[in-house]
Design a binder for this molecule. Structure first.
Ligand code: NAI
Length: 461
C-alpha cells in the first residue's frame, strides 16, 4: 500500500485548499475525489455556476429593463439558454482545470474514486484498502436535503444542481425554501421570465439574517416580481406528467400552486454516510455531522474533518479556512479560524452580505448596542450606477464602540463586506471605520457613513 503523510477525502474548497497547504508544507499528500472533476459542489454545481448564471440573467434583465433608463435602446433582446448554460459550463471547466493544475504544482497525487475509512491509518478507494496515511482529512461535503413528500425525480421535482442546467425557461416554478439557494436560483429563472413563487415555513426570506435586511430584501424581491408564500407549510407535491401541484397551508388556509418545476432548497446535509466512519470509530451525530474538537480533530487520533461535513455554516470559505488551519496544526504551526468573523453573502441583486452578530443576536446576548444605518440612496456612486436600493447597518457595543456586526444589502455587498470582516478581525471600533479615509465616489463610503451614524453624526443624511 502506498504511504502518505496526508490523505484528503473530497476535493471541494475545504479539501483541495487543505491539500495545497499540505503540499506547501512538504507533506506527501493525496486527494481522493469521487467525481470526474475536482472542486466539489462549489466549483461544479454550486457557487461558481450559480454566479455565472446570475451574471448572465442579470445582463438579460438589464438589457430588457434597465438600459432604457440610461438612454440606450435595445430591441429584439433574446435568450439563448443553451449558450448561457454552455458559458457557465466553460467557466466551471476553467476553474476545475485550474484546481487540477494547482494539485500538480503542489505535488499532490489526485486519485479518482470513492474514498472511505478502513480502520487505523488506512483509506479505501472504491471499497478496497489502498492507501496508508499518517493523517486523514475528511472533507466530504454536503448534499441537498430531500423532502419525503417531494422526492427528487430530477425532471419536475429538482434540486439546485438540476436548476443550474435547465434547457429552457419554465413557465412556473415553485421553490420550497426561501433561503440562499431559493433566492439565488429563483432570481436567475425569474429574471429570465419564469413566474417564481417561493414558499417557506419561516416568516421572512433567509430567516437567519438581520431582521432589517430580511424585510428590505422581501420588499425588493417582490418589486422584481418574485412571489412569496411565507409562514407556509408545504402539505404535498403531486406530480402528473410534466407538471406539479404544490399544496400549501398558509395561516390555516389551503392553497394549490401550479408548477412546471418544483425546486426543493430546504438546506443541505453532511454527506458522510459513505465514509464508513464506524470502521475507524469516528464519532458523528444523528444527522451525520462529524464531531470535531479544535482545528478539525475528530475523536480518533490522526483523523480530522472540515467543511460542510462538520458543524458550522456551509460556506466554501469557512471550509477553506478550516482546511488551512487544520493542516497547519498538523505541521505544528499556529493555524486558527475565527468563527465570529465569517462573512456570508447572498448573490442576488441587490446582494445581501453580513459578518458578525445581527442586531437581534447582539441584544439577545445581553449587549447594549448602538446601531448606525446609511442608505445607498444618499450615496453618490450608488445613484450614478442606478443602484440606490439598500443600506449598510453597523452594530457596535454601546460601551466600547467595538463593531459586533455589519450587514449590507446593496449592489456589490459581496465585495464591500470584506472591509467589515477585516475591521472586525482587527477588533475595530465603529470610530476606527468612521475615521478611515474611503475613496470618493464609492459605495464603500456608505460603510463609513454607517459607522459615523453609530455615533449619530453621519454627514450625508
Ligand atoms: P438555507 O438553510 O439557506 O434555506 C433553507 C430554507 O428552507 C429556510 O429558509 C427554511 O426555513 C426553509 N425550509 C426548511 N424546510 C422547509 C419546508 N419543509 N417547507 C418550507 N420551507 C422549508 O438552505 P439552502 O438555500 O438550501 O442552501 C443550502 C446551504 O448551501 C446553506 O447552508 C447555504 O449557506 C449554502 N449556500 C450558500 C450560498 C452562498 O454562500 N451564497 C449559495 C447557495 C448555498
Amino acid at each position: 500500500m502506498k504511504q502518505y503523510d496526508l490523505v484528503v477525502i473530497g476535493s471541494g474548497p475545504a479539501g483541495y485548499v487543505a491539500a495545497i497547504r499540505a503540499g506547501q508544507l512538504g507533506f506527501k499528500t493525496a486527494i481522493i475525489e469521487k467525481d470526474k472533476t475536482l472542486g466539489g459542489t462549489c466549483l461544479n454545481v454550486g457557487c461558481i455556476p450559480s454566479k455565472a448564471l446570475l451574471n448572465s440573467s442579470e445582463k438579460y434583465h438589464d438589457a430588457k429593463h434597465e438600459l432604457a433608463g440610461h438612454g440606450i435602446s435595445a430591441s429584439g433582446v433574446k435568450i439563448d439558454i443553451k449558450k448561457m448554460i454552455a458559458r457557465k459550463d466553460e467557466v466551471v471547466g476553467k476553474l476545475t482545470g485550474g484546481v487540477a493544475f494547482l494539485m500538480k504544482k503542489n505535488k499532490v497525487d489526485v486519485i479518482n474514486g470513492f474514498g472511505s475509512l478502513e480502520g487505523e491509518g488506512v483509506v479505501a478507494i472504491d471499497g478496497k484498502a489502498t492507501l496508508k496515511a499518517e493523517h486523514i482529512l475528511l472533507a466530504a461535503g454536503s448534499t441537498p436535503i430531500e423532502l419525503p413528500f417531494a422526492k427528487y425525480d430530477h425532471k419536475v421535482v429538482i434540486d439546485s444542481t438540476d436548476a443550474l442546467a435547465l434547457d429552457k425557461v419554465p413557465a412556473k416554478m415553485v421553490v420550497i425554501g426561501a433561503g440562499v439557494i431559493g433566492l439565488e436560483m429563483g432570481s436567475v429563472w425569474g429574471r429570465l421570465g419564469c413566474d417564481v413563487t417561493l414558499v417557506d415555513i419561516a416568516e421572512r426570506p433567509v430567516a437567519v439574517m438581520d431582521k432589517d435586511l430580511g424585510k428590505e430584501s422581501e420588499k425588493l424581491f417582490k418589486k422584481q416580481g418574485l412571489k412569496f408564500k411565507l409562514g407556509a407549510k408545504v402539505v404535498s407535491v403531486d406530480v402528473k406528467g410534466a407538471k406539479a401541484k404544490v399544496k400549501i397551508d398558509i395561516g390555516g388556509k389551503e392553497e394549490i400552486l401550479d408548477a412546471d418545476k418544483v425546486l426543493v432548497a430546504v438546506g443541505r446535509r453532511a454527506f458522510t454516510e459513505s465514509l464508513t466512519l464506524d470502521k475507524a470509530g469516528v464519532a458523528y451525530d444523528e444527522r451525520g455531522v462529524i464531531e470535531t474538537g479544535h482545528h478539525g480533530q475528530t475523536n480518533v487520533k490522526g483523523v480530522y474533518a472540515i467543511g460542510d461535513c462538520v458543524k458550522g455554516p456551509m460556506l466554501a470559505h469557512k471550509g477553506e479556512e478550516e482546511g488551512v488551519a487544520c493542516v497547519e496544526r498538523i505541521a505544528g504551526i499556529a493555524g486558527h479560524v475565527n468563527y465570529d468573523c465569517i462573512p456570508w453573502v447572498v448573490y442576488t441583486e441587490p446582494e445581501i452580505a453580513g459578518v458578525g452578530k445581527t442586531e437581534e443576536e447582539a441584544k439577545e446576548g445581553g449587549r447594549a448596542v448602538n446601531v448606525g444605518k446609511f442608505p445607498f440612496q444618499a450615496n453618490g456612486r450608488a445613484l450614478a450606477m442606478g443602484a440606490a436600493d439598500g443600506f449598510v447597518k453597523i452594530i457596535a457595543d454601546k460601551e466600547t464602540d467595538r463593531v459586533l456586526g455589519v450587514h449590507i444589502i446593496g449592489k456589490n455587498a459581496s465585495e464591500m463586506i470584506a472591509e467589515a470582516a477585516v475591521a472586525m478581525e482587527f477588533s475595530a471600533s465603529a470610530e476606527d471605520i468612521a475615521r478611515s479615509v474611503h475613496a470618493h465616489p464609492t459605495m464603500s463610503e456608505a460603510t463609513k457613513e454607517a459607522a459615523l451614524a453609530v455615533d449619530g453624526r453621519a454627514l450625508h443624511s
